[in-house]
Design a binder for this molecule. Structure first.
Ligand code: PYL
Length: 272
């Protein structure tokens, strides 16, 4: 998981409306609709809960410390989805206590290794990695008009790639996976029956037009493999495509820094 920087998040809040419209045009649903799809619901089902709950974001100063703008960006994404949300004045444990004292039902917090959302009322918790994988897989499902019987290449078998694989299989996709780390592939094989594994990225990209890029590396996908049928879901930074690849893909690329992951985390812990 690549640590975000202030410059990665500082513009997210001001661009949410435009990004939501972009998702609507290229995926068929906006941020709320994609997150709802990731939990098998419609966004209308969450509209009812927006008014009666309060959500907190707690800055965590342990380890490498606070990322300027990170908590505020999470707050802006949650607010854009129509919920009441605040960033605690206190950090760390004191911030968690403040959140609970102020009646927050959902708490978001991230240290250097984990970013979680916890439903204080029912104890449900979700990690950003799995949620991001599932949320992006839901977006790819919508963009592709359904995945039943379709082959999807997953590059990277970590928490994000694994979260994506489980959702994609649930939607009927056949999974081909590549990861240079054999141990990760072995774990994924236990979770995904009939998983096909390719020995190199080139072979995977030549076989699959639907691609889920879940590695912390930049430019993993060579533009020579991008065809008019290629669709790519590539969460987080660095992006696994160069500028030419982004231009070639246009509206067939799903990519952001935090938005789909945070929206999916929220709708996941709101779902009983
Ligand atoms: C959750 C993001 C997604 C990609 N990389 C992950 C990251 O940057 N993690 C570190 C988050 C640290 C937040 C800091 C704060 O401001 O509360 N502890």
């Amino acid at each position: 998981m690549t640590r975000l920087r202030e410059e990665d998040v500082c513009h997210v809040g001001t661009m949410l409306s435009g990004y939501d419209q972009h998702l609507l045009e290229c995926v068929g649903k906006g941020l709320a609709g994609i997150a709802a799809h990731s939990v098998g619901r419609s966004s209308a089902e969450f509209a009812k809960t927006q008014t009666d709950i309060s959500i907190a974001v707690v800055p965590i100063a342990y380890g490498q410390g606070i990322i300027c703008g990170f908590s505020q960006t999470v707050q802006e994404i949650v607010k854009f989805l129509g919920f009441t949300v605040f960033v605690t004045y206190q950090h760390n444990i004191a911030g968690l206590a403040e959140a609970v004292a102020k009646g927050a039902k959902i708490v978001f917090m991230a240290d250097d290794d984990n970013f979680v959302a916890i439903n204080v009322a029912n104890g449900k918790a979700v990690d950003n990695g799995e949620a991001t994988g599932r949320g992006y897989a839901a977006a790819l499902d919508l963009m592709a008009g359904g995945l039943d019987g379709k082959q999807v290449l997953i590059i990277g078998a970590g928490p994000v790639g694994t979260g994506a694989a489980q959702f994609l299989v649930g939607r009927g996709a056949r999974i081909t996976a590549y990861d240079k780390n054999e141990a990760k592939i072995t774990i994924l094989k236990r979770l995904i029956r009939d998983l096909e594994v390719v020995p190199c990225l080139k072979e995977g990209l030549s076989k699959c037009k639907l691609v889920f890029e879940a590695t912390p590396a930049a430019n993993t996908i060579d533009t020579s493999h991008i065809t008019p049928d290629t669709m790519i879901a590539a969460p987080g930074i660095p992006l696994g495509l160069d500028q030419q690849g982004r231009l070639l893909l246009g509206d067939r690329l799903i990519h952001d820094v935090l938005e789909i992951g945070v929206a999916t985390m929220l709708f996941t812990v709101l779902t009983d």
